[in-house]
Each structure stands twice: as structure tokens, then as C-alpha cells.
Design a protein around this ligand. Structure first.
Ligand code: PLP
Length: 427
């Protein structure tokens, strides 16, 4: 303590590119210096100056129970006292795997990794090996981590061959990734018609969370399942956000759809670095050492991460009305925000799925990346800075979600509504 966020940022920029270890943390698009965090507890987070905020970032999703939840913290502490890494298998990894297999009907087996990025990257390698095909399909505006083949946006046209979304991604790799607008079944059908027998897998966020929240239109997910099954394309649900967020068993349980492979992360690590991919036994058994597809990790299944994850999942499993109450709480908050924004006369759309929501500053429905990009990011920045100075910490980007946790009390929600009301008056 003692250093301000600004001082820390100046110091950080000398030794870390942009001062941050993940770009969005730099607050680049919202026109102010980033917060440096000192600590967090329950629904609250505290910056280097000791200011308290009600936290709607939740570490971008993992903290569904709130920060420093005692049972999770204790599990980490107990595990740490027994050694922090062995590079050998532990019973906790089996418990974690069994819990995931029991929660997801589509998953027979899992492999633990250390991040969502690793999960999607490995799932794609496996799908390519299983099908003997090389092309993959992803949707525009969906984020699946930062592995080369997945950092591809769409070019012009309905569905063009990929161009690199980042310098450093080899063109030959990017060309294997075909992007299609989210919720656009016709564009998908065309791509599958043109390239069907060359496509290894289709990866999708069943509720998109990384262009802001965008819900699948009715029958979008069923149609994807049908098309991929017909053409022998592996369907990968990236449920890194939605996994244990929308229901115990993810969006696929709600939608009643069984993908071939599923990627998880965020919540399953209880705030520690974890990812998982899993699915049908005959696909998963292609992984080394049962099969030829190489995949490994020094810290995979790490004892602390498994302890935090298992403790979190046990609580989620036994907390019978948790998801319902998160839904009710978030719905109430969104309704109040809606009436405040209406009163102010601002153009906006709120997209919500359970405890996830995004306020888009646009008057048109947001159903894909293109419509999301119509949002007024200047207005968003002003709104963001306004609520931040009233003690509300939310994602510093128009194209992200807000996250509620079990720790958000009715009082937190009322304080949030008051803060937004004040911020809107000053806008
Ligand atoms: C966060 C996220 C990832 C990447 O996970 P990391 O742990 O950040 O590598 C992948 N897919 C989705 C849908 C995500 O939200």
C-alpha cells in the first residue's frame, strides 16, 4: 500500500508491456488510468488507494461465489500445506473429473489444463486428429482464447476465408479458420456446403460473452448440432464462461444439446488458473498416452487449482436455488437500469443471460458482432467512468459482460441502482 494506481501504472509500464498482463486491464478504450487492485472480499474490490467498489467484473467470470469465499480459501490453504505441485497424479484430479462428467451428460472424459486458451487449442488439435481434416469454423465476435487459429476475425462478405486478427499469426494457419456471423444459419449452411468435407470442427460460445452478451436466436444451437452431425464435423461448445455460470451443467444442459467436445475454464478453477476440455470417450481416448495426439502440462491438474475448483463446484452443486436467485437478482438490476436509461433518453439495449449482462449503447437489437459494433463506445466510456467514480467496478469495455455473484446482496444491488442514477444525472 502507499502507492497510487497511477504511480503503480507508471512503474509497471517500464517492465510490463502496457503495464498489464492482459490487454483489457489497461482501460485502453475508456480514457482513464486503470485501477490497481489491492484486495477483494465478497462482492467488493479495493484499489491501491483503498477505495471500495462493488465488483461486476468478478475476474471476468470465475468469482461466482464472490471473492475470498471462506470454504474456497480454506481448501487452497489446506492443499498448499501439503505441497503445491508434484508433477504426478492426485485423487483430487479424479474428483474434479468425476464432478464435471456427472454435471455434463455430453462429457465422458476430461483432460485438465491451465487456461481456457489451452482447452480450446487442445480441443481443436484433437478434433483435427479425429477427423483427419484441417479447416475449422468459428463465429465472428466469439472469443476462444488467444491460440493462433482462433485469433481470426471475418473479412468482408458473409463468410470469407480468415485473415489474421493479429500480426504474428501465420497466414497459412489463419486461412484454415473460416468465420461466420453469429446467429446466421444461412451463412453457416453455405460454408458447410462449400467446405463440408474439409472441416474438422465448429467451435461456438453457446451464449456469446466476448462481444458483450449476445444470445443465440431460437434454434440456432439445434441447427448447428444438426448440420455438424450430418457432415461429420466435431461440434465444440466453448463454455469457458457459461459452464457453471448459467446452470450446473452449462448452457448445453439448458438447451438440451450434446456437443462432441466441451471447453471449460474460469469458474472451475475457483479463481486459480484452470481449463478443461472433455467429451465423448472415443474422441478423448485419442489423447496421449492412450492415443497419438500429444497434449501435456507441467502444472496441469495442479493441487491448489483442483482444491479451489472442487470446493467451488461442491458449493454450486449443493446450493439449490443459487442459479435461480442469481437470475432473479440480475433481472431486477437490469429492469431498474432499463428504466433509468429510458428516463435519461439514451439509446440502449440490454442483453442478459442469467447472471451475465451487457448494456449496449445502441438502439438496434444486438444479435451478432456487426450489430454489437454499432454501439456508441464514446457514450459507453462516459457511462463507465461515471459509475466507476460512484463506486461501481464493471468491465472497462463495451464488448464485455457484467457478472453477478452469490455475494451481491440486495443492498449492493440498490446501491448500484443509486450509483447509476447519479452517474446518469452527471452524464
Ligand atoms: C476467457 C475465455 C477463454 C480463454 O480463457 P483463458 O483462461 O483466458 O485462456 C476462452 N473462451 C471463452 C468463451 C472465454 O470467455
Amino acid at each position: 500500500m502507499g502507492n497510487t494506481s497511477r504511480e503503480l501504472m507508471n512503474r509497471s509500464c517500464k517492465v510490463i508491456p502496457g503495464g498489464v498482463n492482459s490487454p483489457v486491464r489497461a482501460f485502453g478504450s475508456v480514457g482513464r488510468a486503470p485501477l490497481f487492485i489491492d484486495r477483494a472480499s465478497g462482492s467488493k474490490i479495493y484499489d491501491a488507494e483503498g477505495r471500495e467498489y462493488i465488483d461486476y467484473v468478478a475476474s471476468w467470470g470465475p468469482m461466482i461465489l464472490g471473492h475470498a469465499y471462506p470454504a474456497v480459501t480454506e481448501a487452497i490453504y489446506e492443499a498448499a500445506c501439503r505441497g503445491t505441485s508434484y508433477g504426478a497424479t492426485t485423487e483430487r484430479e479424479i474428483i474434479m473429473a468425476e464432478m464435471i462428467v456427472n454435471a455434463f451428460p455430453s462429457i465422458d472424459m476430461v483432460r485438465m489444463v491451465n487456461s481456457g486458451t489451452e482447452a480450446t487449442m487442445s480441443a481443436i488439435r484433437l478434433a483435427r486428429a479425429y477427423t483427419g481434416r484441417e479447416r475449422i469454423i468459428k463465429f465472428e465476435g466469439c472469443y476462444h482464447g488467444h491460440a493462433d487459429p482462433l485469433l481470426v476475425r471475418s473479412g468482408s462478405g458473409i463468410a470469407t476465408l480468415g485473415i489474421p486478427g493479429s500480426p504474428g499469426v501465420p497466414k497459412v494457419l489463419a486461412e484454415l479458420t473460416i468465420t461466420v456471423p453469429y446467429n446466421d444459419v444461412e451463412a453457416l449452411k453455405k460454408v458447410v456446403n462449400d467446405y463440408g468435407s474439409e472441416i474438422a470442427c465448429l467451435i461456438v460460445e453457446p451464449v456469446a460473452g466476448n462481444m458483450g452478451i449476445v444470445l443465440p436466436v431460437p434454434h440456432f444451437l439445434d441447427t448447428i448440432r444438426e448440420i455438424t452431425r450430418e457432415k461429420g464435423i466435431i461440434l465444440i461448445f466453448d463454455e469457458v464462461i457459461t459452464g457453471f455460470r448459467l446452470a450446473y451443467g452449462g448452457m448445453q444442459t439448458i438447451a438440451g444439446i450434446e456437443p462432441d467436445l466441451t471447453c471449460l475454464g474460469k469458474i472451475i478453477g475457483g479463481g486459480l488458473p484452470v481449463g478443461v476440455f472433455g467429451g465423448k470417450r472415443q474422441i478423448m481416448e485419442m489423447l496421449a498416452p492412450t492415443g497419438p495426439v500429444y497434449q501435456a502440462g507441467t502444472l496441469s491438474g495442479n493441487p491448489l487449482a483442483m482444491a479451489a475448483g472442487v470446493a467451488t463446484l461442491k458449493i454450486l452443486r449443493s446450493w439449490s436455488n443459487l442459479y435461480h436467485s442469481l437470475d432473479v437478482k440480475t433481472n431486477h438490476l437490469c429492469n431498474e437500469l432499463k428504466s433509468l436509461l429510458e428516463k435519461k433518453g439514451l439509446p440502449f439495449k440490454i442483453n442478459r443471460a442469467g447472471s451475465l449482462f451487457t448494456i449496449f449503447f445502441t438502439s438496434a437489437e444486438v444479435k451478432d458482432f456487426r450489430s454489437a459494433q454499432k454501439a456508441d463506445t464514446g457514450l459507453f466510456s462516459k457511462f463507465f467512468r461515471g459509475i466507476l467514480s460512484e463506486g461501481i467496478y464493471s468491465a472497462p469495455s463495451q464488448f464485455e459482460s457484467s457478472f453477478l455473484s452469490a455475494a451481491h446482496s440486495d443492498d449492493d444491488i440498490e446501491r448500484t441502482i443509486d450509483a447509476v442514477s447519479i452517474a446518469l444525472k452527471n452524464l
